[in-house]
Design a protein around this ligand. Structure first.
Ligand code: NAG
Ligand code: NAG
Ligand code: NAG
Ligand code: NAG
Ligand code: NAG
Length: 533
């Protein structure tokens, strides 16, 4: 908060009140330049359209604001840009939002979600211009890797705060962060390298373990490859597997509702799916011994050269398996990382895989992406708070990954109970990667990127704009008022992308290790029928 206020000469504060390029450049050093400043009137849209490959969709019906684009030189061979929304009606808070996957672009849509709260909101393009799966920009460019890893976020936060305080001639009262997937990693990383950047962070399904996660993305696909091998399980079978998981594991949480809410309580067995156990079954609807081994590997934690490298897929996530396991080759998330980030060798291909690659990635950690500085005492000592969440049905980043992060932070910071007063972790039953469900589970609580699933002008949780149903408002109440987040209520609608279709279900999400528990008799679609224990 207010880190740079004292550096700003009074004249800048007065001179910078209008929304034009020249009034901001005095605030910035020589390596940064405002390239665009646009006054957006109330009710209008703002974005870059298709020039922004990563985030072409513009938020609409914005409040009146000043929209800036700033270009920052980070080395002789790299630069990054960030966008900043400065609302006319400012509530004195700052919010940074994150990116997804390897998307290189300013995330205007999530900035739009944030500015509706009245915050000044920033997003960085992380130093490149690309789609989610294009990593060619990183080839032989260690500086761009660093921008992606941490430097673009850190520099953008610092400069955006300076501009914000100069624009309003007032201090920022509180600073927040909201991001999921890569965005979750970006937030944790920034909190690790600069504990004073944020007072509160909302972190979804973080891709924090970059060196392990990306290499595992190749490894997990290889269990099922090549497609000509006897062990190969066709992605069309994943639906059968998902149904079997529901059959065996739905009710262990005390409620038959089609949702595997607590997979950790279920002793899932593949035996009923074995072809040899049901002679005469269509071979595409059962598993051979070799295929059972493949499926077991996918669920299993990955030990590389005898050491835990990455957690496996969770029971209940099968409907999303085809994302990493669907093709004739692993995805770019693994392969392109190894080619363009780790080896700077586009000719590398997955037939050259060996498990030692994980430890090479761990050691090199190109760009210093991995957010594994588990001792976050400085954040805690400042009063900083983290709310982290992860979908139990996520098959892009298994929820075990967040669990591992939480446990490792706990290990160095006084155990799981010792974390409760500053860092809480919520598992979201039935939520896939970041947003969405295929089992009608309540998943919406205004987490990063979720507003965009409902439209381009969504604010908070439609119909429930309060700190019980909106995780960002809950985080603010925790930071500013000390209101501990005992539960968050998740919502889903009859059409999960359309609140006007009416609420289908609401349920509480519980801070780990507490579990969402059905009370045994109430309406399973209302939150009051569940408690955290
Ligand atoms: C990003 O790349 C695309 C395609 O090459 C280009 O059209 C666009 O102008 C670039 N955007 C920025 C912000 O440089
Ligand atoms: C941003 O800065 C880099 C140098 O750091 C420069 O090459 C590039 O043209 C600038 N882009 C814009 C849009 O000003
Ligand atoms: C890499 O990031 C960590 C925080 O995750 C930080 O402690 C460390 O100093 C960084 N290393 C370098 C070389 O920048
Ligand atoms: C803090 O509490 C006050 C009084 O109840 C309330 O008006 C305010 O909205 C709360 N602040 C936050 C961020 O929740
Ligand atoms: C369960 O929750 C419902 C509210 O949905 C409540 O009416 C009922 O009394 C609760 N039952 C028990 C056993 O707590």
């Amino acid at each position: 908060m207010a880190l740079f206020f004292s550096l700003l000469p009074q004249t800048v504060l007065v001179a910078s009140q209008s929304c034009n390029v020249d009034s901001f450049n005095d605030v910035l050093g020589i390596s940064a330049k405002v390239v665009s400043a646009v006054s957006v009137s109330d009710g209008h849209a703002y974005g870059e359209g298709t020039a922004n490959l990563a985030y072409p969709i513009a938020p609409t019906k914005l409040p009146e604001l000043c929209a800036l684009i700033v270009n920052v030189s980070s080395s002789d061979i790299s630069n990054y840009r960030f966008g900043l929304f400065l609302p006319t009606q400012w509530n004195s808070r700052f919010l940074a939002v994150g990116n997804g996957a390897f998307l290189g672009g300013i995330n205007w849509l999530d900035m739009g979600s944030g500015v509706r709260y009245g915050h000044a909101v920033m997003s960085t393009d992380t130093g490149h211009n690309s789609s989610a799966v294009d990593l060619t920009w990183a080839l032989n460019n260690q500086e761009r890797k660093k921008d992606f890893g941490y430097r673009a976020m850190h520099g953008s936060v610092e400069l955006a705060k300076k501009i914000t305080e100069a624009y309003y001639g007032a201090r920022i009262s509180y600073s927040y962060y909201s991001g999921a997937s890569t965005g979750g990693r970006q937030g944790l990383k920034e909190a690790q390298i600069s504990p004073a950047s944020f007072d509160g962070l909302l972190i979804g399904a973080p891709a924090w373990y970059t060196s392990h996660l990306q290499t595992w993305s190749t490894k997990v696909a290889l269990y099922d490859l090549p497609v000509t091998d006897k062990k190969h399980v066709n992605p069309s079978f994943f639906g059968v597997l998902a149904a079997e998981a529901i059959r065996q594991c739905d009710e262990v949480d005390g409620l038959k509702d089609g949702i595997v809410s607590h997979p950790e309580l279920c002793d899932f067995t593949l035996a009923p799916l074995l072809c040899s156990n049901s002679p005469g079954t269509d071979p595409s609807a059962c598993l051979t011994e070799e295929q059972v081994e493949t499926v077991r590997n996918v669920y299993g934690d990955f030990y590389a050269e005898g050491k835990l490298a990455f957690p496996g897929m969770e029971v209940g996530s099968e409907s999303q398996w085809s994302f990493l396991l669907g093709g004739a080759a692993p995805t770019a998330f693994g392969d392109a990382y190894i080619q363009y980030f780790l080896y700077d060798d586009p000719t590398w291909d997955w037939t050259q895989w060996d498990d030692g690659i994980v430890w090479q990635a761990d050691e090199a950690d190109p760009g210093n992406c991995t957010a594994d500085a588990y001792d976050m005492a400085k954040l805690k000592e400042r009063g900083g708070k983290i709310l982290m969440y992860h979908g139990a049905a996520d098959a892009l980043i298994p929820p075990g990954s967040s669990q591992l992060f939480y446990e490792r932070v706990a290990e160095v910071m006084g155990g799981i109970n010792g974390l409760q007063d500053w860092f809480r972790y919520f598992i979201v039953p039935g939520l896939q990667h970041v947003t969405g469900t295929v089992v009608d589970a309540p998943w919406y609580f205004a987490g990063s990127g979720s507003q965009g699933r409902l439209g381009t002008s969504t604010y908070s949780t439609p119909g429930f704009e309060d700190s019980k149903h909106d995780a960002l408002l809950a985080l603010m109440a925790w930071v500013e008022n000390g209101t501990v987040v005992e539960e968050l209520i998740a919502t889903t609608w009859k059409n999960q992308a359309d609140p006007s279709s009416g609420v289908l279900r609401q349920r509480p999400l519980c801070p780990y290790p507490k579990r969402q528990t059905y009370n045994g008799s109430g309406d399973p679609d209302v939150a009051e029928s569940f408690f955290c224990q």
